[in-house]
Write a protein of this length. Structure first.
Length: 271
């Protein structure tokens, strides 16, 4: 049975993600421009990222004023309730800037440091994904009603479709390209969608066999990682290291171990 607080947090996460996604979809200006850069000149933030984060944080402040907030675009409040919201108002900003459809809003709630509810809304797909701790992972989309998510049966690694992403720092990107060069002959193929949240949901939905990426931040993966775990995926960072942005891997159980072994061999978590 779902904890009533967790159910409340999930409802708010889903509403916030949906409302921000609709703002981003319907309010995208024709002359959308870069508002600032983050880690490098190609790591951009647009005026719409900022507007979406303000919408989400405003809604949370109205409904749960004592909660903490951590947002990609600068929102940071400690809170006093033991609940913290981890928000990516626009995951896949470069896709959004160029008019590509692979972008999403990601909203997750932590209780005492544990992610207990998460929602990812991908407006251009018409799909929404959500999970609550211990309650499974679910999605709505073109199909009728809610669909419970479950990872694909694990194929041999050489038949696995794997997704990844690239950092915005030049030397890190170059090393990541070297890892892909070594990995691609050993798997079915590699995909690069441009949104960590959607990649994690796609593994949960059985559209990918695995996903890995170096350099993710808490807001990139908080909701998506919970959705992946609740879909019976194995997800972790490099074994033996504390939680960090070094390497995130999510895959069906039979793919996870050999994929992680190769990423270990290829030094995917460091230059």
């Amino acid at each position: 049975m779902t904890d009533p607080l967790h159910a409340e947090l999930l409802d708010l996460a889903r509403e916030a993600a949906r409302r921000a996604g609709e703002l981003l979809r319907d309010g995208r200006p024709a002359d959308l421009a870069v508002a600032a850069t983050k880690s490098s000149s190609v790591d951009v933030v647009t005026e719409m990222d900022i507007a979406a984060e303000k919408l989400i944080t405003g809604l949370i402040a109205e409904r749960r004023p004592d909660d903490g907030v951590l947002g990609e675009e600068g929102a940071s409040t400690a809170g006093s309730s033991g609940v913290r919201w981890v928000i990516d108002p626009l995951d896949g900003t470069v896709n959004y800037l160029y008019g590509l459809p692979t972008w999403a809003v990601s909203v997750a709630a932590e209780q005492d440091g544990v992610t207990v509810a998460g929602a990812v809304f991908a407006p251009m797909r018409g799909e929404a994904y959500h999970a609550v701790l211990g309650g499974g992972a679910w999605a709505t989309g073109a199909w009728e009603g809610e669909r419970r998510l479950a990872c694909r049966p694990s194929p041999p690694l050489d038949q696995a479709l794997v997704s990844t992403g690239f950092n915005y720092v030049t030397d890190v990107r170059a090393h990541q390209a070297d890892v892909v060069r070594l990995l691609v002959p050993l798997v079915r193929d590699i995909r690069r969608g441009g949104s960590a949240a959607i990649d994690l949901c796609d593994v949960a939905a059985g559209r990918l066999d695995g996903y890995y990426e170096r350099g993710l931040h808490p807001w990139d993966l908080a909701a998506g990682a919970l959705i992946a775990r609740e879909a019976a995926l194995t997800s972790a960072r490099h074994p033996g290291t504390p939680p960090s942005n070094d390497l995130t891997v999510a895959a069906s159980p039979g793919v996870f171990t050999p994929l992680l072994a190769l990423l270990d061999e290829f030094g995917a978590w460091h230059d």
